[in-house]
Write a protein that binds this ligand. Structure first.
Ligand code: ATP
Length: 504
């Protein structure tokens, strides 16, 4: 059974070294988290699984790793300077700030209904209600007061300001000159690095439509209220694809990617039955989107929340960068003919005429993926002897540690040296991390490896080195299976093949 509450996951993550609060020794920094010894392994494994499936296993994809800080013009012409904002509302009584839609969502149903009634909107159409509140700020603050919208911090009805848009981009100065123009932005999505490199990739790879560019990397959003552990953070990581297609074929490709992505989540242990597909209402679409499917995973405690967005970005981004480049005089006119301006275009596969392709963008958050994967793997079991155990039933390819090699006696050279040799041999298979662990207490080691999801523990004992009671067990080890708890005696000479076959 998956985790039933966020608290269970938070506690496991801290206890076993998956995730820590950022800048913790100075009191922590809200919205920033650090990934610990096991967290970094799990995160890397998720990213590797995504890259393998979307880049290596396809023949229509290229990879990219663009810089995080971007020219302010990129984010001006992408529309982010003007529109990448969330509605913010303050309580004048205690100066607490909230994201308007989150504040409203946290209210009781009758309060939400009252706000909707005052605004003349349907309470069941949340997106339209939020859009109306944003469009009429003075009426919104009055509606919040009259409907008795409570401040989640104080629990009292607030004295609400008019909502106003808060731009979520982090701005930073660049270089030693601090004039008005020497600034850039930390990218709020990895996507813009792909669009600005579109021409470079096409020219250097001779790609033709349809094809995609994939990128995994950090993005930054100054969220008004970061919350729910790593679900909503200010420094996040995204796994994004911009898939470029012939205009007119975009809707078909949108469906293709929806299917592909659901299948991928399933392969990571996140079943379809736990994901609702939200066809995002028009009022809620991002400025670039023609249509978006949000994959809403059923997170413990939170309920259905977005884990991935699959957007049809049309020709918005390449089109607007091309247009602004021409306006700014940044594109070279190859000839006098206006058609030959070096636009962000690609030849149409049939007519060979330059075309600005449409783009399908599957965009998944690594942090939200971690939370979903951990939540699905988290299992509490009662054993035959009545004891309870917590076990992370991670798919083997995601497990932070693949195999733990444990010498039964840590001070006996003949045993530890065999264990170390086995560790080195298994590590050489390239399966991921193999851990040599001589903490001394085998029971504790098993419990720990259950909780961090290690598929196999290999124990080297006196029998292994011919000093036990059963001579027939010489040169064999005990392999314990995380899920079945079965313990099997395997010959050292056959161990590598045995482990490889099981992990495959
Ligand atoms: P939300 O509505 O939850 O704020 P969004 O619609 O702004 O999310 P997108 O812009 O579609 O999110 O970003 C793509 C993906 O990046 C999301 O599906 C999510 O997995 C991840 N993501 C976005 N914002 C955050 C955040 N603040 N913290 C963690 N992950 C995030």
């Amino acid at each position: 059974m998956p985790a039933t509450s966020m608290e269970e996951l938070v506690s496991l993550c801290k206890r076993r070294g998956f995730i820590f609060q950022g800048s913790e020794i100075y009191g922590g920094l809200q919205g920033f988290y650090d990934y610990g010894p096991l967290g970094v392994e799990l995160k890397n494994n998720i990213k590797a699984a995504w890259w393998r499936s979307n880049v290596y296993e396809r023949d229509d994809m290229e990879g990219l790793d663009a810089s995080i800080i971007m020219h302010r013009m990129v984010l001006r012409h992408s529309g982010h300077e003007a529109t990448f904002s969330d509605p913010m509302i303050d309580n004048k009584k205690n100066n607490k700030r909230y994201r308007l839609d989150h504040l409203l969502k946290d209210q009781k149903a009758d309060v939400q209904a009252k706000v909707a009634e005052i605004m003349g909107e349907d309470a069941d159409n949340f997106a339209a209600l939020v859009a109306a509140l944003n469009a009429k700020p003075a009426q919104a603050s009055a509606a919040f007061k009259d409907a008795g919208v409570r401040d989640p911090f104080s629990g009292e009805v607030g004295d609400w300001t008019d909502p106003k848009p808060f731009n979520m981009m982090f701005k930073t100065t660049i270089g030693p000159v601090a004039d008005d123009e020497s600034y850039g932005y930390l990218r709020p999505e990895t996507a813009q690095g792909i669009f600005t490199n579109f021409k470079n990739v096409v020219d250097s790879t001779s790609r033709r439509l349809p094809f995609g560019i994939a990128q995994i990397g950090k993005a930054f959003r100054n969220e008004i209220t970061p919350r729910n552990f790593i679900f909503r953070v200010r420094e996040l990581e995204q796994m994004e694809i911009e898939f470029f297609v012939v205009p007119g074929t975009d809707e078909e490709w949108h469906e293709h990617w929806l299917e592909k992505r659901l299948k991928w989540w399933e392969d990571q242990g996140v079943p379809r039955s736990k994901i609702e597909i939200l066809d995002v209402p028009k009022e809620d679409l991002a400025h670039y989107s023609k249509r978006t499917y949000d994959l809403m995973y059923d997170y413990p405690t939170l309920g259905h929340e977005e884990i991935e967005g699959i957007a049809n970005r049309s020709d918005y981004d390449l089109g607007s960068h091309t247009k602004s480049q021409s306006e700014l005089g940044l594109v070279a006119k190859v000839e006098e003919n206006a058609d030959s301006i070096a636009k962000l275009t690609i030849p149409h596969p049939e007519t060979n005429k330059p075309v600005v392709p449409f783009v399908i963008e599957p965009s998944a958050g690594v942090d939200r993926a971690m939370l979903a994967v951990l939540s699905e793997a988290f299992t509490k079991e009662t054993l035959d002897n009545g004891n309870e155990r917590i076990v992370l039933k991670l798919r083997p390819h995601l497990a932070p540690i693949k195999v733990a090699v444990i010498p039964l006696a840590r001070n006996k050279d003949e045993i530890t040296s065999v264990a170390k040799k086995i560790k080195a041999e298994l590590q050489g298979l390239g399966l991921g991390r193999v851990l040599y662990e001589d903490s001394g207490n085998i029971g504790k080691a098993y419990r720990r490896h259950d909780e961090v999801g290690t598929p196999f523990c290999v124990t080297v004992d006196f029998d292994t080195v011919g000093k036990g009671e059963d001579a027939a067990l010489t040169d064999t080890v005990t392999v314990r299976d995380r899920d079945t708890l079965a313990q099997e005696r395997v010959k050292i000479s056959e161990l590598a093949g045995w482990i490889q076959a099981k992990l495959r």
